[in-house]
Design a protein around this ligand. Structure first.
Ligand SMILES: Nc1ncnc2c1ncn2[C@@H]1O[C@H](COP(=O)(O)OP(=O)(O)OP(=O)(O)O)[C@@H](O)[C@H]1O
Length: 266
C-alpha cells in the first residue's frame, strides 16, 4: 500500500484480464465463456442474481478455483493455474462473504496476521521475536497501526474480534486485507448484513482505499445503490454468463439486466 499522499494513479491500463473463462463443478456450469478486464485504479463491480457465478469468478481470480477453460492475466502474466498463496504474494488481496477472521485474536493481531506475507525473516525468528525479526516486527507494527488509524478502529485494537459487532468485524477484515498491500483487492459482499450507517461507513472506506492508496478494487455487492455510487464499471453475470458490461448508467438501462433482476425468462 502506498502512502496516503501518493497521487491517484491514472485509470486505464488493464491490471487483470479474464478471457473466455469457464468453470464446471461436475454437471453444474458455474461460469461459461466469461471475459472482462479490470483496469488499474478503478472500482469494478461484479453483480448478478443469486447463483450467477460471482463468487466463483472471484475464486478463479485469486486461485481458489482453476478455470476449466480460458485464462487469466494479472500484471501481464498469463496463467491457467495459481494457488491462493501465490495470488496473495503477487498482490491480490481478498475478503470473504462470511467474515473469515481469527475470532479469539485481537483486532491488532488479526491485522498483523495479514502482514505475515510481507515478512522477510522466517517463522522461527518471528516466534522468538529475536534479532532481525524484532526490528522487522517494529516496522510492520507501524504499518499496521497506520491501517488501524485509517480505518478508525483504535478503540478496538485490543478487543478479540469475536466480541465485535458484525460491521466492525468486516472493517477489521478489510484491514487485514490491506495489510498485504494488495494491488488488486477483491471484496465479496463487503456490506452484507450491515445496517445503513455501517454501509455508509464501509462505502467511504472503500472509496478512500481506492482514492488515497490507489488500490484497484473488484467487489461483489447486492445493494444496487452502493454499486451505482461506488463503481466506475460494472460487469453483470446471469447463470454463469456475462450479460452486460459498462458504466453503472449503461448497465442500469440495459434491458437484459432489467429482465435478469425482475426474473424474466429468456
Ligand atoms: N464448490 C461448488 N461445488 C458445486 N457447485 C458449486 C460450487 N460453488 C458454486 N457452485 C455452483 O455454481 C453456481 C454459481 O455459484 P456462485 O456461488 O459463484 O454464485 P454467486 O453469484 O456468487 O451467488 P450468491 O449471490 O448467491 O452468492 C451455483 O449454481 C452454485 O450452486
Amino acid at each position: 500500500m502506498r502512502a496516503p499522499d501518493t497521487p491517484v494513479i491514472v485509470k486505464g491500463e488493464a491490471l487483470l484480464a479474464v478471457e473466455n473463462v469457464s468453470l464446471r463443478f461436475g454437471g453444474v456450469k458455474a461460469l461459461t465463456d466469461v471475459s472482462f478486464d479490470i483496469r488499474k485504479g478503478e472500482v469494478r463491480a461484479i453483480i448478478g442474481p443469486n447463483g450467477a457465478g460471482k463468487t466463483s469468478m472471484l475464486n478463479c481470480i485469486n486461485g481458489f478455483y482453476h478455470p476449466s477453460e480460458g485464462r487469466i492475466t494479472f500484471k501481464g502474466e498469463t496463467r491457467r493455474r495459481m494457488r491462493p498463496f501465490e495470488a496473495a504474494r503477487g498482490g491480490i488481496g481478498r475478503t470473504f462473504q462470511n467474515v473469515a477472521l481469527f475470532k479469539g485474536m485481537t483486532t491488532l493481531d488479526n491485522i498483523m496476521a495479514g502482514r505475515f506475507l510481507k515478512m522477510r525473516s522466517g517463522f522461527f525468528w518471528q516466534l522468538l521475536r529475536y534479532g532481525p525479526a524484532m526490528r522487522e516486527e517494529v516496522e510492520h507494527r507501524r504499518f499496521v497501526e497506520d491501517i488501524i488509524d485509517f480505518l478508525q478502529i483504535q478503540h478496538i485494537r485490543k478487543t478479540p474480534v469475536g466480541k465485535l459487532p458484525y460491521g466492525l468485524q468486516k472493517r477489521v477484515e478489510l484491514g487485514r486485507a490491506l495489510a498485504m498491500e494488495p494491488e488488486l483487492l477483491l471484496l465479496d459482499e463487503p456490506m452484507a448484513g450491515m445496517n445503513l450507517e455501517e454501509k455508509e461507513d464501509m462505502s467511504r472506506f472503500i472509496l478512500d482505499v481506492n482514492q488515497q492508496y490507489g488500490t484497484t478494487i473488484a467487489l461483489i455487492e447486492h445493494d444496487m445503490g452502493v454499486v451505482m455510487d461506488l463503481s466506475d464499471r460494472v460487469v453483470v453475470l446471469e447463470y454463469g454468463r456475462k450479460i452486460a458490461d459498462g458504466t453503472p448508467e449503461e448497465v442500469k438501462r440495459d434491458q437484459r439486466v432489467i429482465d435478469a433482476y425482475l426474473g424474466v425468462a429468456h
